[in-house]
Design a protein around this ligand. Structure first.
Ligand code: PLP
Length: 401
């Protein structure tokens, strides 16, 4: 007889890495998210987070969260539909809508819940959703929960996008859902072309601005602002509050009627508890700081450019990044784990990323320097990196390019 749980006992890949002390996941931080962190009592430079603007330990963010907890408590004990909606949520949605230059916004408890809820609310039986092959897992899971059909096109390949749309008849509802900035390799979706193609085939566009919010555009409003598509050319902007906003939560911003519909039909909104007051208040504070302190965004980009050039001088492959996400593409999983391990042992924290988060044989170390890393942090990190590259990849790092 088949034992359903046997797979758990047979699952060895992670156990082997743990036994070899090369396991890069679920590391236990003993400090807050900052340019330097402590793990196992040891100080490390943190180049493996999405705290783009360095706001996660900002005293103003903390003060806003503390005040909200004092005024509104630790949780709201229910879904927003029934009892968990506060004036803080309402004010945040107004502020977010303005920041994203849209009529209305809706805030979820996480970005993952947002994608699952928004996509399954809008895509129904007989509808089609068209995805870039590198779209985030939460978008794919949203499609799985919808009753629609999914078509995928090659990454950022506009001819392939048209091919996918041509295969769908005119009487089907269609939405193209894409990451504005692709999370692992930091390249940007060609939004103007996507919008043009979408209009030609009567498809709606939904852009996930998780990694663009606070990062792209003259005010940090994201991909639409970056491309000058600020007049509703993109039908719906979604995103997360766990990166530049340095908190937790997800959001959707668009026409008031679209947001009103989602608010009343999205199951992960209706059947799940609301974002607690603390995060709501810190997200609101983050939006203020992003608008008042554009120098943070400049520092973020300067830091990324500094690292990218240094990696390239070392002969490393940084892919096609166009943003502060700097991938160091290694290819082989084992090599990536080994490099991660040497860096970690020498005081540098990075993210080791393997398939399915990236395509097979495209393992990489994902590097992000936040706006609050200093040149001294970066130089120290680069020295450690150079040592790791020599040790793991040999002196001929150029050979992996
Ligand atoms: C593009 C994208 N969308 C959605 C999410 C999910 O956001 P959250 O972590 O807030 O659940 C992420 C998180 O990594 C992401 O990169």
């Amino acid at each position: 007889m088949k034992d359903l749980f046997q797979k758990c006992y047979d699952f060895h890949q992670a156990k082997d890495l743990i036994a070899e002390n090369r396991y890069p996941y679920y590391k236990v931080l003993e400090t807050e998210q900052a340019p330097e962190i402590v793990i196992d009592g040891k100080k490390l430079i943190m180049l493996g987070s999405n705290n783009y603007l360095g706001l996660a330990n900002d005293p103003r963010m903390k003060a806003a969260a503390i005040k909200a907890v004092q005024d509104f408590g630790t949780g709201v004990a229910g879904s927003r539909l029934l009892n968990g909606n506060t004036i803080l949520h309402q004010n945040l949605e107004k502020k977010l809508a303005k920041f994203k230059k849209r009529e209305a916004a809706l805030v979820y408890a996480t970005g993952y819940q947002m994608n699952v809820g928004v996509i399954s609310s809008l895509i129904g039986r007989g509808d089609y959703v068209i995805l870039d092959k590198l779209d985030h897992a939460s978008i794919i899971d949203g499609c799985r929960l919808s009753h629609g059909e999914v078509k995928r096109y090659r990454h950022n390949d506009m001819e392939d996008l048209e091919r996918a749309l041509q295969e769908i008849g005119p009487n089907h509802g269609k939405a193209i859902v894409i990451d504005g900035v692709f999370s692992m390799e930091g390249d940007i979706a060609p939004l103007p072309e996507i919008v043009k193609i979408a209009k030609k085939y009567g498809a709606r566009t939904i852009v996930d601005d998780a990694h663009a919010t606070g990062v792209l555009g003259s005010t940090g409003a994201g991909t639409c602002e970056y491309f000058g598509l600020d007049h509703g050319e993109v039908d719906l902007i979604v995103g997360t509050c766990s990166k530049s906003f340095a908190s937790v939560g997800g959001f959707a911003a668009g026409d008031a009627d679209i947001i009103h519909y989602i608010r009343h039909t999205s199951r992960s909104m209706i059947f799940s508890a609301a974002l607690p007051p603390g995060p709501v208040a810190s997200i609101s504070k983050a939006i203020d700081i992003i608008q008042e302190e554009p120098q943070r965004r400049k520092q973020l980009w300067d830091n990324a450019a500094y690292l990218k050039k240094a990696f390239e001088d070392m002969g490393l492959d940084t892919g096609h990044t166009q943003t502060p996400i700097v991938p160091v593409i290694i290819g082989d999983d084992e090599k990536a784990f080994n490099l991660w391990h040497v860096l970690f042992n020498n005081g540098l924290f990075t993210n080791s990323v393997i398939s399915p988060a990236v395509p097979p044989n495209r393992a990489l170390l994902r590097i992000v320097a936040t706006a609050t890393h200093t040149k001294e942090h970066l130089d120290r990190a680069l020295n450690i990196f150079e040592l790791g590259v020599k040790k793991v990849l040999g002196t001929k790092a150029h050979s992996i390019k």
